[in-house]
Design a protein around this ligand. Structure first.
Ligand SMILES: [Zn+2]
Length: 114
């Protein structure tokens, strides 16, 4: 009978209705839980030792090069101060890394070299 079928269908679709079988509820719940767990977990960005070059001449900013620990790409960055070089950031390759000033190449003071 068509009217009975329609009524039955609307009852199932009601938001307040409870699932009749516990097995179905478990199957629906477990994948969501796994997705939530992996998404919320926050890993610390891997450390990337950088070679830092101090300002010289007309160049006022600090330049630094480093290698992404995740994909191995060699990257380049600029910062206004040496302090701004270090820290966690998104690299040019798209990975999050923590830049650490491993080698600092400061430029000679004017007049220091004869
Ligand atoms: Zn990378």
């Amino acid at each position: 009978m068509p009217p009975d079928k329609k009524r039955h269908g609307s009852q199932v679709a009601e938001p307040g209705s409870r699932p009749k079988t516990s097995a179905a509820a478990k199957q629906a719940g477990s994948p969501v839980r796994i997705l939530k767990g992996s998404g919320v977990k926050r890993q610390q960005a891997p450390l990337a030792p950088a070679s830092v070059f101090g300002p010289v001449g007309r160049r006022k900013s600090w330049w630094y090069t480093y290698r992404c620990r995740i994909c191995g790409a060699h990257l380049f960055g600029r910062a206004k101060t040496l302090d701004a070089v270090t820290g966690e950031r998104r690299a040019g390759c798209g990975h999050r890394i923590t830049v650490m000033a491993a080698r600092i190449y400061t430029q000679p003071e004017p007049g220091a070299v004869a």
